[in-house]
Design a protein around this ligand. Sequence first.
Ligand code: NAD
Ligand code: UD1
Length: 340
Amino acid sequence: MKNILVTGGTGYIGSHTVVELLNLDYNVVIIDNLSNSKMMVLDRIEKITGKRPKFYKGDIRNREDLSKIFKENQIDCVINFAGLKAVGESVRMPLEYYENNIYGAVVLLEEMKKNNVFNFIFSSSATVYGDPASVPVDETFPTGGTTNPYGTTKLFIERILMDLAHAEPKFNICILRYFNPIGAHPSGLMGEDPNGIPNNLAPYITQVMVGKREKLNIFGNDYDTPDGTCIRDYIHVCDLAYGHVCAIKKLDENPGVVIYNLGTGKGSSVFDILHAFEKAYGKPIPYAIAERRAGDVTANYTKVEKAEKEIGFKAKYDINDMARDAWNWQKNNPNGYEEK
Ligand code: NAD
Ligand code: UD1
C-alpha cells in the first residue's frame, strides 16, 4: 500500500503523519476543509520533506469532493483524521459534532466502498474508556461512559466500524485509540496551533511561556494520585505519527479488524508535565491551583504490549523531549501558522 488519502491532513496530528509518510516514500493525498488548519502547513511539510503532498480543499461530508479524489487518484488506504475535537464546544454544539464526525465518517466509508477502497485507519481516543476501573488500560477494557458528545462520536464511529467490518469482510480497519498527543516536529516548523484559549494542557503551558497567558491553572490538586493532580499518558506527536505507518503495514501484511492503544505506557501528572516544560524553559512557569474541571478522570494511561507485539509500535520520546519540541515550535512561531 503506497497511496494514502489523509483526511484532515493539514491538522495537528495529520500534518505530522503526512511528514512521516512522505519521508518513507508513500504518496500522500490530503483532503481538508481548513476549518481548523491553515494552507501554510503545506509549505512547512514541503520544507521538512522536500515534497509537496497533493492537496484538495474539500469536506469529507461532500460526496463530490470525495469521488473526485478517488477518480483522480489510485488510493490504497484512507487515514481519517478529519473531525471536530474540542470537548467543551461539543457540549454546547452536539449536533455539529455528530454531523461532522459521524455523518462525515459514514459518507467517507460509503464513497470508499463505491470506489473499491477498503483499508481504513481511524483516529479514536482514550476517551472511549470513560473513567477506567483501573490503570493501565488495555484494548479489552470496556468502552462507554463518555462524558461529552465529542467522546461519544468516537465511541459511535468505533461501533459503526465494527458493524461494517462484520457485514463487509472486505473492509480492513484499524482503530487507533490515542492517549494524549503533545509536542511538535523537532524542526520547529510544525506544531499545535489551537484557536483562541487552549483547552489542553501543553498548548496552554507554551502560551504562558511565550507571554500570551499569565499563568497555568491546574485543575485540581486533590485527586487520589501521588501529587494530587491527574495522570495521563502523554505521547510525542511524532511517535503517534509513526504509529500510523505501523498500522498501514499491519493492514497490508495481515488484513482484518484491529484496535490499538497508542501511548507510551507511562503516566505523568500535571506537575510532571509542568516540570518538563520548566526544564526546557530554564526557569519557573507561573501557575495556580484551580477547581477541578468537570469530566476529568483521575488517571488514564495504557498498556503498550499489544501495539508493540502486533505492529512493532514503541514510543521513543519522553516528556522532556515533548516539552523541548513543543517549546521550540511555540518560541519560533509565537502566533502559530500566521501573524495574528
Ligand atoms: P485538528 O483539528 O488539528 O485536525 C483535524 C483536521 O480536520 C483539521 O485540519 C480540520 O480543518 C479538518 N476537518 C475537520 N472537519 C472536516 C471535514 N468535515 N472535512 C474535511 N476536513 C475536516 O485535530 P488533531 O488534533 O490533529 O486530531 C486529528 C484527529 O485525531 C481528530 O479526529 C481527533 O478527534 C483525533 N484525536 C485527537 C487527539 C488530540 O489530543 N489531539 C486525541 C485523540 C484523538
Ligand atoms: C482531553 C479530552 C479528550 C481529548 C483530548 C484531546 C476531556 C475530559 N478529555 O483530554 O477527550 O481526546 O483532550 O483533545 O476534556 N489541565 C490543567 N490545566 C489546563 C489544561 C489541562 O490542569 O489549563 C489538566 C487537566 O485537568 C488534565 C490534564 O491537564 O488533568 C490534561 O488535560 P488535557 O490536555 O485537556 O487532556 P485530557 O483532559 O486528558
